[in-house]
Design a protein around this ligand. Sequence first.
Ligand SMILES: CSCCC(=O)C(=O)COP(=O)(O)O
Ligand SMILES: [Zn+2]
Length: 209
Amino acid sequence: MLNEKWNELADVKDELSGRDWFMGTSGNLAIKVSGEPLQFLVTASGKDKRKRTDEDFLLVDEFGRPVGETHLKPSAETLLHVEIYRRTNAGCSLHVHTIDNNVISEIYGDRGEVSFQGQEIIKAFDKWDEDAVLKIPIIKNFAHIPTLAKEFSHHIHGDTGAVLIRNHGITVWGRNAFEAKKVLEASEFLFRYQLRLLEHKPFQLFKVV
Ligand SMILES: CSCCC(=O)C(=O)COP(=O)(O)O
Ligand SMILES: [Zn+2]
């Protein structure tokens, strides 16, 4: 089981790396291994996530503490993943910094959310109605990780979701790795689309969905 989950997460890491979503050692990934007791694999802190090594992940418990002896340090943002697994049935959570998600978070940060409507790809978030609206919350980037995790936890409402951290990055989760990756890719599609649209229709910025 552990091996299987390790390889699944390593494959996701390779894919996201292929998109160049781990600039400057940024980003962290996690996959649930067991629910009771809660244990999940999380990326080791400060590594170049573009490389595939035997020390990419370590197992942590419900408090984000390493399970067993290890010289590896869990991701500095492990507590955000802890909040997701404690509150939902999510099986995988992903965090990446991209230029697009950072710029969107800054443009819409004062509103506390960015909304999308009339976009086919919001079906990736299980929104199928023609007039459905997707709202992605934007939270302040508290340097104190327990505070950031607490604020983040207020926006965890289901087994699938996405939260932007202002001028920092996005954290998404899903029932499994496939779903988490789908939500991440769809979010980044929407951010890129919105930025491209604003280049051509700057007044769009003042339209509130
Ligand atoms: C250089 S990125 C700053 C830390 C961060 O935001 C991040 O996503 C990576 O931290 P980690 O401890 O998970 O490597
Ligand atoms: Zn980060």
